[in-house]
Ligand binder design. Structure first.
Ligand code: ADP
Ligand code: MG
Length: 698
């Protein structure tokens, strides 16, 4: 069904071929609908005009109305000039200042014409000034019309081509003017009970609110709708899954589990591990398919929980698999698990991209016959030719590198979908978990094994390297090992690699008496493994690496984690990296090295890291500082729903409300057949057609 919202934006006034192209390329706006849903990211109240005599330097953006008395061009040296306009509103005089585009200003803004000037006032030499203010011809801007001015996001390229938030504002306004009333997308009973404004009103007001109140009403309606459909989609999917599939019932605790527990378990389980095992057991006996997310800080002992869970499947005659995000990690899991199972007659195999030829065929055959009981692997396990005889449980380590899509592909690996346990060390705040992992139950290991000393975190500036090297040397002389991590950011991979190579050489020279390993993402797997192996065995004392070591690597003897250019890492990444040390009984250190110029946000990140080792606190702080779009995991996994207006960090209450309402509807109409809900299911179908990320979920 085509609607006016599918119209090409080229039919709008003010949208020529150039504008059409740039909107499409830079912002993905092609249709009326796209434009209508390109929401402002902020508003500024332009309903009030101040007198210059009322201004104070601590005011945010304000507007004044008056005339330019005269222009003055000042030479600021260094071949730069500055344009100053002396501006008066009859109550006082202020200076308007431009450093760029001065010719344009001189040509367009005339002495004696009345303008509305909008900007942030500051004081210089006893006078108020506005640098690069917004200027509007007062006669063309009607004050009564001016409520909240919307601000639209812009790319650098757009700015360079002379587009501004104002350009989008104009086009959007012209669209809103010609739009017929838009159909409703929520049922009346919800709109009435929650006192929401109509969709038609909301979409108009969001671009053009006359007051703060209107802006809020529009936001609440659109945010709720967005979150509500995300929840409805997840919950309906979960409910369908549960209805369609029975879960395997694993109620036998047999020789394998008991044998392991009695003879091989090298330590007492922590209270948290025990509790989680109870939760998992209850799931596996329930007759429903388990879909559980296991959160536990780095080093909390998730691997052991995974192993015991897999042993229960074995006891019930099924196979198990454990998937890790990288080959290094899969290899480590293999070693750990073989070590744990020493002396027991259980066939554990590794399948990654590098296992080839005869060995691979052997493993594949073993999986098909059931001879291979536990398979450890990477994404390769999901490749088509891999088929199990009786896969009973799949454990996915570090979920944030695994998309929902891959999880879904597991279903296809067995007649009945296996139980699924997803483990993550990136603690996810509740509202986010609800949105991303809405179909999963959650268990938390909130306790570390006894005897761990919290890692001490220090901040150093990069001109303090000499003393840093001394500390490193002292630790190595005590028999410890050290990680040195360099940032790697995709956009400038080449430069980062150069950084790492140079850093490696510098460190080699600084520590001629020690051996170094080096690992980065561009190396071949075999090479990486070899280097890692040397470090694990203690043949090298320093491991120079990019973030490839971020997740899961376990070398208990390593006690120092040095993170260079720490300002370039996000909080959760820093926390993950820090989790590589503090795994033995020695005091461990994490040293964050930065330059002197730190933004306020970076400061906060570093402070939080130095203050706490608690992953949940860090995740909350991260969500607040960066917003969920950037949160480690949501992007990599391709799970980030493209939320257009709601903000999971800030709109926690609405997330909760949306969840409750969606759940009530599913409970009340599990087969989606009640007429009063048909508007919902139709809309959901429509949304899924247009949104790839949603499609990945079902
Ligand atoms: P993570 O949760 O980060 O995956 P691991 O499973 O790698 O943590 O466990 C970290 C270390 O703690 C491992 O060396 C593991 O053997 C050890 N460990 C796990 N559980 C316990 C326990 N209950 N008591 C003592 N050590 C434990
Ligand atoms: Mg782990």
């Amino acid at each position: 069904m085509s609607s006016i919202l599918d119209q090409d934006i080229k039919f709008l006034p003010n949208v020529g071929p150039k504008t059409k192209e740039i909107l499409s390329k830079e912002l993905g706006i092609n249709s009326y609908g796209d434009l209508l849903e390109y929401f402002p990211y902020k508003y500024v109240d332009r309903s009030k005009i101040f007198h210059i005599s009322e201004l104070t330097p601590d005011m945010p953006y304000v507007q004044i109305k008056g005339k330019i008395l005269s222009y003055e061009e000042r030479d600021t040296g260094k071949r730069n000039s500055m344009l100053v306009a002396h501006f008066s509103d009859g109550y006082g005089v202020a200076d308007l200042i431009w450093f760029r585009g001065t010719q344009y200003i001189l040509k367009n803004f005339k002495v004696g014409t009345e303008y509305i000037v909008f900007g942030k006032p500051s004081v210089y030499g006893g006078r108020f000034q506005f640098t690069h203010p917004d200027m509007d011809d007062a006669s063309k801007l009607q004050i009564t019309e001016m409520g909240m001015q919307p601000f639209y996001g812009m790319t650098e390229i757009m700015k360079k081509r002379g587009y501004s938030s104002r350009s989008i504002e104009k086009i959007t306004k012209s669209l809103v003017r010609i739009l017929p009333p838009l159909p409703e997308t929520l049922p009346d009973f919800l709109i009435n009970r929650l006192h929401l404004v109509s969709r038609d009103a909301a979409l108009r007001m969001i671009h053009y609110p006359h007051s703060h109140q209107e802006m809020q009403k529009a936001q609440v309606r659109l945010k709720f709708e967005e979150l509500f459909y995300v929840q409805l989609n997840i919950l309906r999917y979960a409910s369908d899954q549960r209805r369609k599939y029975r879960g395997y019932v694993f109620n036998r605790i047999g020789d394998i589990f008991n044998g392991f527990y009695a003879h091989n378990l090298p330590f007492e389980l922590t209270g948290a591990q025990k509790r989680v095992m109870h939760e998992i057991r209850a799931d596996m006996c329930s007759g429903k398919q388990m879909n559980r997310l296991l959160q536990g800080d780095v080093g909390s002992g998730k691997t052991l929980v995974a192993l015991m869970t897999m042993l229960i499947a074995l006891d019930n005659g099924y196979q198990a698999c454990l998937m890790a995000p990288t080959e290094i990690l899969a290899e480590q899991h293999l070693q750990t698990i073989r070590e744990f199972l020493k002396g027991m007659d259980i066939r554990v195999e590794l399948l990654t991209g590098i296992v080839k030829g005869k060995k691979r065929k052997e493993i594949l055959d073993g999986l098909a016959t059931g001879a291979v009981q536990i398979l450890i692997g990477t994404h390769a396990v999901l490749e088509d030719p891999v088929s199990f005889c009786r896969l009973g449980i799949a454990v996915i380590d570090e979920q944030h590198r695994f998309g929902v899509e891959q999880r879904a592909r597991l279903w296809a690996k067995s007649a009945n979908p296996p139980h699924v346990l997803v483990m993550t060390a990136t603690p996810i705040p509740r509202t986010l978990a609800m949105t991303i992992y809405g179909d999963l139950d959650v268990s938390v290991i909130d306790q570390l094994p006894p005897g761990r000393k919290p890692v001490r975190t220090l901040h150093k500036f990069d001109n303090q390297l000499t003393s840093l090297y001394q500390s490193i040397r002292r630790q190595i002389e005590l028999g410890r090992q050290v990680y040195v991590v360099f940032p790697l950011i995709k956009e400038s991979e080449k430069m980062d690699l150069k950084n790492l190579e140079e850093g490696y050489e510098t460190l080699k020279q600084a520590f001629p008496e020690f051996s170094l390993s080096k690992i980065h993402g561009k190396m071949k797997s075999a090479e990486k493994e070899e280097e890692m192996e040397r470090f694990v065995k203690g043949e090298t004392q320093i491991l120079v690496a990019t973030t490839v070591i971020e997740v899961g690597v376990n070398v208990p003897n390593a006690s120092v984690m040095v993170i260079l250019d720490a300002q370039r890492f996000g909080l959760s990444q820093l926390h993950q990296l820090r989790g590589r040390v503090g795994r033995g009984s020695d005091q461990s250190y994490c040293i964050l090295v930065t330059n002197y110029k730190l933004s306020e946000e970076t400061r906060k990140r570093i402070d939080i890291m130095c203050d706490t080792n608690d992953g949940f606190q860090i995740a909350e702080a991260d969500l607040k500082l960066r917003g969920p779009g950037d949160l480690e995991g949501t992007q990599q996994s391709g799970m980030a729903f493209d939320l257009k207006i709601a903000n999971i960090a800030k709109d926690g209450q609405l997330v909760q409300l949306a969840r409750t309402e969606a759940q009530a509807i599913i409970d009340n109409d599990p087969l989606c057949e009640k007429p009063q809900n048909s508007i919902l299911w139709n809309r959901l179908r429509e949304l899924k057609k247009t949104n790839i990320n949603w499609a990945a979920i079902s």
